[in-house]
Design a binder for this molecule. Structure first.
Ligand code: ZN
Ligand code: ZN
Length: 267
């Protein structure tokens, strides 16, 4: 079996009909279970967890309504899991913890999209990249990723090398540093995500790279599977391309979650 645990409802109506559209595409692509992982910054109840002008503009949904909608989908017997994608900001770790304690999710993602006020994956911030030292950005990125892992707040860390999104690569070779970070992440027990979304981004390769996948495998870190679909048609997209790469790297299983309990499933 296969699952796709990373998708967003944000671009459509919050209705069962819309949820069903994601399921239909999943079924067509041989995915038997899907998980929604809405961005935490969308939720008014979590406004204080990412307090910047970009996020404030998008803080329009309700987490209670989101949970209610997906609970109704589950009650219909649909193979749906309820997740959330939280922006990990080290300074608000305690607030994130308090927020997460209030709700029952099947799994919680911790993503690094922000380095201070630099939303490095936003197109409008490419000029910031152009005047930055990529090596420095990459180091900061992986340092925050490690903090996210050590926080113990998360079940999986999405798109673990997202920092490559616009192909601003460091001049120096950071592979030893990245291997060290992944080795430390391995000690925390958190999963890392394999995602096809990178193929739809300027970098044109999956997250993470084959090199990093090998390192993850070497440390025996469990993985979750993702398309990061922001529209139904992207559910399970390129899984037929990703799964052989994962198998080639030596992976034989992926992780499923239920109420934050994980089980391993063979491909
Ligand atoms: Zn993300
Ligand atoms: Zn996402």
């Amino acid at each position: 079996m296969l699952v796709d645990y990373h998708m967003h409802l944000e671009n459509g109506p919050k209705t069962l009909e819309y949820v069903e559209q994601f399921l239909k595409v999943a079924e067509k692509r041989g995915i038997s279970e899907i998980g929604f992982s809405e961005h935490c910054y969308r939720f008014k109840e979590a406004r204080h967890l990412l307090d910047n002008p970009w996020a404030r503009e998008r803080n329009v949904d309700s987490v209670s309504e989101y949970l209610e909608l997906l609970t109704r989908a589950k009650q219909k017997g649909w193979p749906v899991k309820i997740g959330i994608e939280v922006d990990y900001i080290p300074e608000v770790e305690d607030e994130i913890r308090t927020f997460l304690e209030k709700y029952q999710f099947d799994y919680v993602f911790g993503s690094v999209h922000w380095i201070g006020d630099f939303g490095f994956d936003l197109k409008e911030n490419i000029p910031v990249w152009e005047r930055s030292d990529p090596g420095e950005v990459w180091r900061e990125y992986f340092a925050i990723l490690l903090k996210a892992a050590r926080s113990g707040l998360f079940d999986s860390l999405p798109h673990p090398d997202l920092v490559k999104i616009y192909s601003f690569y460091p001049e120096e070779d950071l592979s030893d540093f990245i291997t060290e970070v992944i080795g430390e992440i391995a000690k925390t027990g958190v999963c890392l995500e394999a995602s096809t979304a990178g193929w739809r981004k300027p970098v044109g390769e999956m997250y993470p790279s084959r090199e990093i996948l090998q390192v993850i495998r070497g440390f025996d870190i469990p993985i979750t599977l993702a398309s990061d679909a922001h529209y139904p048609e992207d559910v399970g997209r390129d899984f037929d391309r990703m799964i052989p790469i994962l198998k080639e790297a030596g992976f034989t299983e992926f992780i499923r979650f239920d109420r934050r309990q994980k089980t391993a499933e063979r491909f």
